[in-house]
Design a protein around this ligand. Structure first.
Ligand code: GLC
Length: 505
């Protein structure tokens, strides 16, 4: 039932003025995070990376990128996080590597059919001279999921094109997919897991946990054979067995599958401890829709004896304030949903900056850094804009240099330092909510028991306790059920719960 605080490392705090966040920057904020009241930090990937996908393209899974710091800086962060009572989770990316990893460079330098190539998904092309991709799969980032290997420098222009293979990448062409049937690939993850667990991390996040094992014959669509194949569960059993060699550690998968019932398969007793997905984040601000998602998730994971993990936002989706409509209403709804999220049984993931009520930052086209932008209308940069800390400092306390993504003027009014002083701020709301979640017995109660309320509203009680959470997503103020008010996400109106507001009783 921990509250995990998801740190998007590039955007959290920059300690050395290069404009991008780093590990010493996180270390400087541990006091803040302790005050906020979260239980654990879950960092975005920190391994060496050319940053095509800001760390989700890894060249060495067992080191720290110099932009973020070093292994000693990581050890110092871990030790100090523990001293602050905070657990630390690292993000591993076993689905693909960077094109810069030694393995991939060796694969390109070796002939088709070589053992070096077998760690990745190389295939001959289809059609005349192999000029068409091996199948019809699209990449998650747009365009085909295949790239043809470059012409070797040694070849002259009319070299034999037919020899050039294609490699698979569900994400960008700079992120070649590994072949999970290869023993080296499996052994390498185990080495990586042990490397970080031996250093003392409390958990690992497994990126794209549902995408590791496409069928060997890579069949064409439909039916999306790219993802959620049965073979992947064997990998998760191996991960679980390795993590279980260490006391008190856990693995959380980032799982994007067809629904909670499929997700539940990843948290069966011998697989991952937790799985996060975007179902709650994708639900509109509508009481019925939110309730349905909650009930469906609880039923699905309950069937395998696992807790449901709740997440309203991460670095891949639009921030809650903007998603729920922006402006004062968007902020009110985001605050209300935070109380709903934190009243549910099971762990919660809070995305950094959500405790400040940040909206997506408007990033001008010329400043965009997300590679998805090359294929899509918009980018994920808006939710990745650096955090505003202190309006009396240059770069709002994020950086003394030039920020890697521009921080909009609107963030000046949302700095953490100012919000800490203001009892009505979103930061104060989160602090109070997290404090209550820790100290009040109601939060140790059972699953939600729903009761009917006015149209557009819901209320649930945590079974066996007197704790009630009420959400008003209707356009009119509604009376509150009987009970003492513990916390409200916004001011009451003449004793009534206004629209876009939630309360704990
Ligand atoms: C995960 C990450 C996302 C990244 C992708 C490819 O979905 O959350 O940010 O782009 O993996 O590694």
């Amino acid at each position: 039932d921990a509250v995990f605080y998801r740190v998007y490392v590039p955007s959290f705090t920059d300690s050395d003025g290069d404009g991008i966040g780093d590990l010493p920057g996180i270390r400087d904020r541990l006091g803040y995070l302790e005050l906020l009241g979260v239980d654990a930090l879950c960092l975005s990937p920190i391994c060496p990376s050319p940053m095509v996908d800001h760390g989700y393209d890894v060249t060495d899974p067992r080191d720290v990128d110099r932009r973020w710091g070093s292994l000693p800086a990581f050890d110092a962060l871990l030790t100090e996080a523990h001293a602050h009572g905070l657990r630390l989770v690292v993000d591993l990316v076993p689905h693909h590597t960077s094109e810069g990893r030694d393995w991939f460079r060796a694969a390109l330098a070796s002939a088709p059919g070589s053992s070096e190539r077998a760690r990745y998904q190389f295939r001959p092309g289809r059609g005349d001279g192999g000029a068409a991709p091996p199948n019809d799969w699209p990449s998650m980032f747009g365009g085909p999921a295949w790239t043809r290997e470059p012409v070797p420098v040694s070849d002259d222009a009319d070299g034999d094109d037919g020899r050039r293979e294609w490699y698979l990448h569900l994400f960008s062409s700079a992120q070649p997919d590994l072949d999970w049937t290869h023993a080296d690939v499996r052994a390498d993850l185990e080495t990586t897991l042990r490397f970080w667990l031996e250093r003392g991390v409390d958990g690992v996040r497994i990126d794209v946990a549902h995408g590791l094992c496409p069928p060997a014959d890579l069949p064409d669509l439909p039916g999306d054979p790219r993802l959620d194949q049965d073979a992947v569960h064997d990998v998760h059993r191996t991960i679980r067995a390795t993590v279980d060699d260490y006391t008190g550690r856990m693995a959380v998968g980032a799982v994007a599958v067809a629904g909670p019932e499929r997700l539940a398969r990843y948290v069966r007793p011998d697989e991952l401890h937790l799985a996060v997905d975007v179902v709650l984040a994708h639900a509109p601000f509508d009481a019925d829709a939110v309730r349905k998602v909650i009930e469906r998730c609880l039923t699905a994971v309950g069937a395998v004896g696992a807790p449901a993990t709740w997440m309203l936002a991460d670095h891949d989706v639009v921030r809650t304030v903007s998603r729920y409509g922006g402006g004062p209403a968007g902020l009110a709804r985001a605050r209300a949903m935070a109380l709903v999220q934190l009243a549910l049984p099971g762990p919660a993931f809070v995305y950094n900056g959500d405790e400040l009520g940040l909206p997506d930052g408007a990033v001008p086209v010329e400043a965009r850094r997300d590679l998805v932008w090359t294929h899509a209308e918009d980018s994920r940069d808006g939710s990745r804009v650096p955090l505003p800390w202190d309006d009396t400092l240059p770069g709002l306390g994020f950086t003394a240099g030039s920020s890697w993504l521009p921080i909009p003027d609107a963030f000046t009014a949302l700095c953490a330092a100012t919000q800490l002083e203001d009892t009505g701020s979103t930061l104060s709301l989160y602090r109070q909510a997290l404090e209550l979640r820790r100290s009040h017995a109601g939060f140790r109660g059972g699953e939600p028991e729903w009761f009917d309320g006015p149209l557009g509203c819901f209320a649930f009680r945590r079974a066996g306790t007197s704790l009630v959470c009420v959400l008003n997503a209707s356009p009119a103020p509604v009376p509150l059920p009987a009970g003492d008010i513990l916390l409200v996400s916004g001011p009451l109106e003449y004793g009534l719960l206004p629209p876009d507001t939630a309360a704990w009783l």
